[in-house]
Write a protein that binds this ligand. Structure first.
Ligand SMILES: CC(C)(COP(=O)(O)OP(=O)(O)OC[C@H]1O[C@@H](n2cnc3c(N)ncnc32)[C@H](O)[C@@H]1OP(=O)(O)O)[C@@H](O)C(=O)NCCC(=O)NCCS
Length: 147
């Protein structure tokens, strides 16, 4: 986890937002979150952190692919696996993407995410976080789905 936190903090958007390895490590360890790693031999290829608690149950806190593994489908695979875990218990997946992170915005749009709000100056002044949602049903009466 420490190695993953160092990799994340060295990469945008975390680097641009001024988030350190300590911030990233803490983001894995908050109660009710789970982090899944993708590995290739001894290398960390990527990770996804999910929260299944609170109003935004099914929130993806972080999705990160290590630089050498980007553009090879690891991000889509991690996101699909996170969605499978979430949709067993909740009908929505929520996540935030930084306003400057155009590549990731394209990636999420292609995978069915819709823009539902803008959180102005959320992490640092001058940079917004865009709230995205993918949904399969209204919450009332939802019994979980294997997708
Ligand atoms: C965004 C990200 C998760 C996508 O994962 P990936 O494994 O690279 O993506 P896939 O191979 O499954 O799909 C390719 C798409 O990812 C996006 N992408 C690829 N390289 C990227 C990069 N260096 N930075 C941001 N997005 C990238 C592009 O939209 C690309 O599609 P395109 O070829 O049509 O432009 C990954 O690139 C990444 O971790 N980037 C840096 C961290 C980040 O932005 N995380 C999201 C925070 S909300």
């Amino acid at each position: 986890m420490r190695a993953a936190a160092r990799l994340m903090a060295a990469s945008d958007p975390w680097r641009k937002l001024g988030l350190t390895p300590k911030h990233c490590l803490k983001s894995f360890k908050v109660p009710y979150r789970e982090t899944w790693l993708a590995v290739a031999g001894a290398d960390i290829a990527g990770l996804v952190t999910i929260t299944m608690y609170g109003t935004f149950r099914g929130y993806i806190q972080s999705l990160f692919v290590a630089p050498g593994f980007r553009g090879t489908g690891v991000g889509a695979e991690l996101l699909t696996r996170a969605e499978k875990i979430i949709f067993k218990k909740a009908p929505n997946v929520f996540l935030c993407v930084s306003s400057f992170n155009r590549g990731a915005q394209r990636f999420y749009r292609r995978l069915g995410y819709a823009r539902v709000g803008v959180l102005k100056d959320m992490v640092v002044k001058g940079q917004d976080e865009i709230l995205l949602r993918k949904t399969i049903a209204p919450a009332l009466g939802f019994k979980g789905k294997n997708v």
